[in-house]
Ligand binder design. Structure first.
Ligand code: FCB
Length: 460
């Protein structure tokens, strides 16, 4: 066997509440920003598909977990939906939801699939968004109470907890780049949201530690490794700034306990610094995590700016760099993003050299493909491209581990084709195909390959 992984390695997939649960009449779920936005801003969603029927994990979880076991998963990440558990964001807990999450957790454990549970995957309860979402400090307190409720209800069985999935995204997509509700375009407000999410993370970790539960807690980050066009100082500067804004801002706060000094200087210079108190700085400095999840999909190639930004325009990290379209880059045309397997190795090395070689795992990696039905032969999606994608990424991961990286597992996005934020069901990612018209979930060739790979702890 050429590419071999430890026997204790975590293998599985990731999913999230809003993208997979669906809603059924009488489930007592409150509305979140996605339920609201996919209705009210329906034109922003591919084919106008709302969150209503997403993959129906709520209804099918028993059979779905059986399907995970069928392809030999030993672990699975999903998230708890805050608005399902606590429909008004604070206060009364929905007993239907408690029952549902208890069933999911117990069923996973009974099938020897370790539950990895995330508390927040982009899905702010609507009632709290109406109060300003993470711009409002009261929402940090509400999140802390929600986290505590989850630890109390499920902490006896869940050993791996995550506070947030991709903390940068709700800030960047929701408050700067007009991709997620509330579709605000304002850097300083985005920075405030990011800062408050980091504080909410710290508060949840603190509560978890106080409860002295026997488990680990961490966070899931989206890391986009940055590559400059050339070694010219102007290109290097562009890369430094892209990395500072999009990666170091969060990574340093969470993993080093402080924001980069350089970031503070730049934000001060442009009058974009959010309010950060001494107490906040202390809280960040005294919080540490046990396990880091990294979502990796693509590299970010950058070059020096070709035109000066309009100083009257909205301030943005893109004032400092341009995207570099590298000739010959290998693209996933369904998503319009580059495929670059070595990025996973580069991230692993960075964690090893700059972030204390903390225990981590690949919490998402995957390839979304449009029109996968074209690859169905004999009832199965023959997704050899996904198998190649997996092999290439796993080879680089394996190399980094040989060189000492503390990687503990690999989760693919995702288990069954699910709804995406905006693209809905356009691009498919699953090990199982979801037939939207019948609801049938059928294993793809990659699911069978993954099973064999898990059983052999690697591949040739
Ligand atoms: C990630 C998100 C996840 C999924 C994949 C494709 O950024 O965490 O929810 O949509 O992208």
């Amino acid at each position: 066997m050429k590419v071999e992984f430890p026997k204790t390695f975590f293998w599985g997939a990731a999913s999230s509440a809003t993208q997979a649960e669906g809603r059924v009449v009488g489930d007592g779920k409150g509305e979140n920003i996605w339920d609201y936005a996919s209705k009210e801003y329906n034109h922003r969603f591919y084919d106008g598909v709302t969150t209503e029927n997403t993959s129906l994990f709520y209804r099918d979880h028993q059979q779905d977990i059986q399907k995970m076991q069928d392809i030999s998963f030993n672990s699975f990440r999903t998230s708890i939906s805050w608005s399902r558990l606590i429909p008004n964001g604070t206060g009364k807990v929905n007993s239907e939801a408690v029952q549902f999450y208890n069933n999911v957790i117990d069923e996973l454990i009974a099938n020897k699939v370790e539950p990895f549970i995330n508390l927040y995957h982009f899905d702010m309860p609507m009632v709290l968004q109406e109060k300003g979402g993470f711009e409002n400090k009261e929402v940090i307190e509400a999140y802390k109470q929600y986290a505590k409720t989850c630890f109390e209800l499920f902490g006896d069985r869940v050993k791996y907890w995550f506070t947030f999935n991709e903390p940068m995204i709700p800030a960047e997509a929701g408050y700067l780049h007009d991709r997620h509700y509330p579709y605000v375009v304002d850097f300083k407000r985005a920075a405030t949201v990011l800062h408050n999410i980091i504080l909410a993370h710290c508060e949840a970790v603190k509560v978890y530690r106080e409860m002295k539960l026997a488990g680990k807690i961490g966070i899931i980050m989206d890391v986009i490794p940055v590559y400059p066009r050339s070694q010219n100082p102007a290109d290097l500067y562009a890369a430094e700034m892209a990395d500072l804004f999009y990666t170091k801002s969060v990574n340093d706060a969470i993993l080093k306990g402080k924001y980069p000094e350089r970031l503070r200087e730049v934000l001060e210079e442009y009058d974009q610094l959010p309010e950060v108190t001494e107490t906040d700085i202390q809280l960040i400095a005294t919080t540490s995590i046990d396990l880091l999840g990294i979502n990796y999909y693509r590299p970010r190639r950058v070059k020096a700016k070709e035109c000066l930004p309009n100083p009257q325009g909205v301030f943005s990290p893109e004032w400092f760099f341009d995207e570099y379209v590298m000739p010959g880059r290998r693209m996933n045309t369904s998503r319009g993003i580059e495929i670059y397997p070595k990025g996973i190795y580069d991230i692993a090395k960075k964690i090893q050299t700059e972030y204390g070689n903390i225990d981590w795992f690949v919490s998402e990696n995957g390839i979304g493909i449009e029109g996968e039905e074209a690859f169905i032969e004999e009832g199965i999606v023959q997704d050899d491209y996904r198998i190649d994608f997996l092999k290439e990424h796993l080879m680089y991961l394996n190399q980094a581990m040989d060189e000492g990286s503390n990687c503990l597992g690999y989760h693919m996005w995702t288990f069954v084709d699910c709804w995406s934020w905006g693209n809905a069901y356009k691009n498919r990612y699953g090990f199982y195909r979801l037939d939207l018209s019948t609801g049938a979930k059928t294993v793809k060739k990659s699911g069978l390959w993954f099973k064999e790979m898990i059983e052999n702890n690697g591949f040739d």
